[in-house]
Design a protein around this ligand. Structure first.
Ligand code: SF4
Length: 323
């Protein structure tokens, strides 16, 4: 069985966009591959200037992943910094990574533009840390969206350079291109995102979900309840297409005829989201009551990840004549 690696930033509670875009894929992959899923807390530090919420965010992410169906019996689920070999490998891979490669990475340029006050060494070295994540666990496959492909290509370049200098140590990881459904945020403009506050958390209560859905932007041309609507330009309709497929044809027709009001349409959407997430939310509430179990899963994941990490780092040290 081939090994898959994927990392997720501890940004707090997962929202519907993360869930549809990545987490459901995690759950599918764990039946076909040996999966290593990592909550990448060190990566989070590249853009954080303060860390009071970091542990709470890691816990929330862990509970959401478990509630969503990531199975610690099938996959290795752990926290990046709990396996300290990651720091050593990132440092060693840094020795074969020209600075010019890192400076041309689009995400670095974008983040540097957005936060000129916090352009740190860790931020520019972010792709090296990412390469270390993948290579420490000798992953064969990395699930990526099209926009993340340049990052993986950089990892492959690092592998080629390392192997050329020190002998064959790593295989080049392959991308598994995933057709992530893009979930548009409640603002109807951008991708659903916590930082834009246009999201719905998967662990929100039914009442919170209802309240959030009611704020969603709809067809701007529809002023009165009976005006014929244009579902093709309506964000709420897009969300129905993802979360309420059974009712899509009826809603489309009724909206065009002006037979359904936006409030009722949003209520239907909220009900459907609540219904489909009810089992997940129940599991999430049960997990919240078992902090010792969460710790146990974290420790066990780190132990299993450490076995692979220690063997890789031994091999790398030997290749580089460090012992
Ligand atoms: Fe959008 Fe529904 Fe209103 Fe039509 S009825 S404009 S699909 S929210």
């Amino acid at each position: 069985m081939k090994r898959v690696f994927s990392g997720v930033r501890p940004t707090g509670k997962l929202h519907l966009g993360n869930y549809q875009g990545a987490v459901l894929n995690y759950v599918r992959l764990q039946d076909e591959y040996k999966c290593v899923y990592c909550v990448v807390d060190i990566h989070a530090l590249t853009t954080l200037s303060e860390t009071p919420m970091l542990q709470a965010n890691i816990n929330d992410m862990f509970m959401d992943l478990l509630a969503a169906g990531v199975d610690p019996e099938k996959a290795i689920l752990f926290v990046q910094s709990h396996v300290p070999e990651i720091n050593e490998l990132a440092m060693l891979l840094g020795m074969v990574t020209p600075l010019s490669w890192l400076l041309r990475v689009p995400t670095f340029k974008e983040k540097a533009r957005q936060h000129p006050e916090n352009v740190n060494y860790g931020l520019v070295g972010y792709p090296v840390l990412m390469a270390a994540d993948i290579l420490l666990y000798k992953a064969d496959i990395v699930p990526v969206g099209i926009d993340q492909q340049p990052h993986l290509e950089l990892t492959r370049e690092i592998v080629r350079t390392f192997n050329q200098r020190f002998g064959h140590t790593f295989d080049e990881p392959q991308a598994k291109l995933t057709e992530f459904p893009l979930v548009v945020g409640l603002d109807g403009k951008d991708k659903m995102s916590k930082s834009l506050n246009n999201h719905i958390e998967i662990s929100a209560t039914p009442e919170e979900t209802q309240k959030r859905v009611m704020t969603a932007v709809t067809d701007p041309a529809r002023i009165r309840k009976n005006d014929p609507g244009h579902p093709d330009v309506c964000n709420v309709f897009k969300l129905h297409q993802q979360f309420n497929t059974a009712e899509v044809p009826t809603i489309c027709e009724e909206c065009k005829k002006g037979n359904i009001g936006c409030v009722e349409c949003k209520r239907k959407l909220a009900n459907c989201i609540n219904e489909s997430l009810a089992p997940l939310r129940e599991r999430r509430i049960a997990l919240e009551a078992k902090p010792d179990y969460i710790k146990e899963v974290m420790n066990d994941g780190a132990k299993r990840a450490s076995v692979i990490a220690k063997s890789t780092i031994e091999e790398v040290r030997a290749r580089m004549n460090l012992r």
